[in-house]
Write a protein of this length. Structure first.
Length: 102
């Protein structure tokens, strides 16, 4: 009778070991697969965000290349340009340090 109990206990332990190996054993266990799934989900979200940024930049580039209003705004903001004869441009510049005086 004691021998039968030991045999059943060993079989139960062996069954538990087989199930544990099936779940976590091998090159990629269940926890590795879950970690990889989470990493993939994060990477897909990052790619989606970057794709949205690229699409926005393409729209801005197209506007800069083709939209006269955008081109004029950039010329005014970046280069201080004016249009027409009704505007007067005053530019105040700092004196340069190389004016010859020491």
């Amino acid at each position: 009778m004691a021998r039968e109990v030991v045999r059943r206990a060993l079989l139960a332990l062996l069954a538990i070991a087989v199930v544990a190996f099936a779940v976590e054993g091998g090159e990629y266990g269940t926890s590795d697969l879950v970690r990889q799934w989470m990493q993939k989900k994060q990477l897909v979200a990052t790619v989606d965000t970057l794709q949205h940024q690229v699409d926005s930049l393409k729209r801005v580039k197209q506007a800069v290349l083709t939209d006269p209003k955008v081109q004029e705004r950039i010329a005014r903001e970046e280069f201080g340009m004016v249009r027409g004869n009704k505007e007067i441009l005053y530019r105040f510049a700092e004196p340069s340090g190389d004016s010859g005086k020491h």
